[in-house]
Design a protein around this ligand. Sequence first.
Ligand code: NI
Length: 136
Amino acid sequence: MSENLIRFGISLPENLSRRFDQLIARRQYASRSEALRDLIRKTLIEDEIASDAETLGVLHLLYDHHKHELSDKLTTVQHDHHEMIISSTHVHLDHHNCLEVILLKGKASEIQQIADSLIAEKGVQNGKLYLTAKGE
Ligand code: NI
């Protein structure tokens, strides 16, 4: 990494600065600079997601594979959007329960739609989508 570093000063109200330093300590950042860099990246990623740019999605589904045709339905939805599915991992947790983790790429709104349709399938007990982006 030979990226040029830019330095600039920031003025903060004392209370905000103190609370920021407490957060830095709690989250184990080595410096204010590293904490600020992460905050900026986080905001840029949120902005990318909001602007519907290319994003990445991590979706987990927890379901009972004994539910009628559920596994087939979940697989069909993924095949319908195969160009957006990077990978999927299926774990047989116990006799009944399956955990599936699906990685997706594409526009945030489209990833959200696919995730919603999978989570809404009858028999899916729990599912959650996490969206991220490169933040560049
Ligand atoms: Ni299974």
